[in-house]
Ligand binder design. Structure first.
Ligand code: FES
Ligand SMILES: [Fe+2]
Length: 445
């Protein structure tokens, strides 16, 4: 028998979350997960993909929005649609592949119903004779593939919301919109192009554990210390052998995890906004004076002028978190999209982008970083994944009831709903507190 347990849960949400700590069930209870999918992931704006993934009419990518399998498709008129991946006949998924080109229309593989790119029914085999006198057929909206309630695109980034009402994409993003502006502005042509493949990682942990780790400025020098140390040793050996005494920049990207001591990470700052979004400022200093960078600078100055170029390149962002499902590192042209699959299973898709008009060497640099921190061959991602799994295992145990977010609690600076970590308190758990504040608001709505 179907039971309606969800309303009971939403009433008790406030007892699960306090400003500085959270009950472990928030991460482990399957009913809470269902409620999160209904009230958060299937309502708010969720990142589907980038327009450059689907350049031609009929190009599509399948994507998970909350619990819903969806299709992002380029329409014949050049626009984009996001559709439920479900045939209105007997429920078959319209697209079984991750991506492809559907041609001029979708054709269901079960009984050959066909649909336009916007989901509207095109034809049913033997429609006249088969459906005469029934309420099915053209004109009945139930015969169309259901579209997402709302779709919006910002600078090529496609978002869908499954709720008819709610803030516009821009209102929802608020100041976190800088993630997309910063990434695109760094391109001489003002646009980025997706590199058409991503790392897909399934982690055995709740989705919120991933989100909380993204702006956790304390963990890198601990979790990634062993990887950083090994990279530093190799960096020193290579440096000794080179004329200029320098190893390639990619070694520095890893060795920084060990050479930047734990107290230095407090020098970062987090700015935490409504809706659970956050920005981590401070940057690892990837503005070297090598010939590749100088060539890029020259192109940018020619395009934008010196003043605007300095503004663009001076944007002080390390990471932007768009709650509940996106983590963007705009200066390195990469993002991670979070797709919760179950209370203890989460898919992340890790994409990277080319700056249109920038020299190839600049792309190679961001590719190096992308591989160094995300590929199956790197220990950086493996270090994090192991923590995520161990966190989930620990939280599922009865060894304690609460998760602690007390670091620098009470010292945050709050003004007009924006919470900043205090100076030299960059490791504050303010982003986690901010996420849980938004979580409660969403679940109570
Ligand atoms: S289920 Fe799609 S045509 Fe029958
Ligand atoms: Fe990490």
């Amino acid at each position: 028998m179907l039971q309606e347990r969800v309303p009971d849960l939403s009433r008790s949400v406030t007892s699960l979350v306090e400003p500085d700590r959270v009950r472990r069930e928030v991460y482990t209870d399957p009913d809470i997960f269902e409620l999160e999918m209904q009230r958060i992931h299937e309502r708010v704006w969720i990142y589907c993909g980038h327009l450059t993934q689907i350049p031609k009419a009929g190009d599509y990518y399948t994507v998970q929005v909350g619990r819903q399998p969806m299709i992002m498709v380029r329409k014949s008129d050049g626009g984009v649609a996001v559709l439920h991946n479900r045939c209105p006949h007997r429920g078959n998924m319209i697209c079984g592949d991750l991506k492809g080109n559907t041609g001029e229309f979708f054709r269901c593989s079960y009984h050959a119903w066909t649909f336009h790119h916007d989901g509207k029914l095109k034809n049913i085999p033997m429609m006249e004779s088969g459906y005469q006198g029934t309420r099915f057929g053209k004109g009945n909206p139930d015969c169309n593939v259901k579209p997402a309630a709302r779709v919006e695109v910002y600078r090529g980034f496609v978002f869908a919301s499954l709720a008819k009402d709610g803030p516009s994409l821009k209102e929802f993003l608020g100041p976190a919109i800088v993630a997309f502006d910063d990434m695109c502005d760094r391109a001489p042509e003002g646009e980025v192009e997706i590199v058409p493949n991503c790392f897909r990682v399934i982690q055995r942990s709740n989705w919120k554990i991933f989100m909380e780790n993204q702006l956790d400025a304390l963990h890198p020098s601990v979790t990634h210390q062993s990887t950083g140390r090994a990279a530093h040793e190799v960096e020193k050996q290579i440096a000794k052998k080179t004329r200029k005494g320098e190893a390639p920049l990619s070694y520095h990207m890893l060795s920084a995890f060990a050479t930047v001591t734990i107290d230095k990470w407090d020098g970062f700052q987090t700015i935490n906004y409504p809706h659970g979004h956050s920005i981590l400022t401070g940057y690892m200093g990837l503005r070297p004076q090598d010939p590749d960078t100088l060539a890029y600078d020259k192109i940018m100055i020619k395009k934008y002028g010196k003043k605007r170029f300095e503004e663009i390149i001076g944007v002080n962002i390390h990471h932007v978190l768009v709650y509940p499902g996106l983590s963007v590192q705009s200066p390195l042209q990469q993002l991670r999209a979070v797709r919760p699959l179950g209370v203890d299973r989460t898919l992340t898709e890790i994409w990277h982008f080319r700056l249109k008009g920038a020299p190839e060497a600049i792309y190679r640099r961001s590719l190096a970083y992308y591989n160094l921190v995300n590929s199956p061959a790197t220990l950086i991602n493996a270090d994090d994944l192991e923590n995520f799994w161990k966190c989930h295992q620990g939280l599922a145990s009865e060894g304690g009831d609460w998760v602690s977010f007390h670091r620098h609690y009470g010292r945050d600076l709050e003004k007009n709903g924006v919470v900043e970590s205090a100076p030299n308190m960059g490791t504050s758990e303010a982003p986690m507190r901010n996420q849980m504040k938004a979580w409660v608001q969403y679940l109570q709505d």
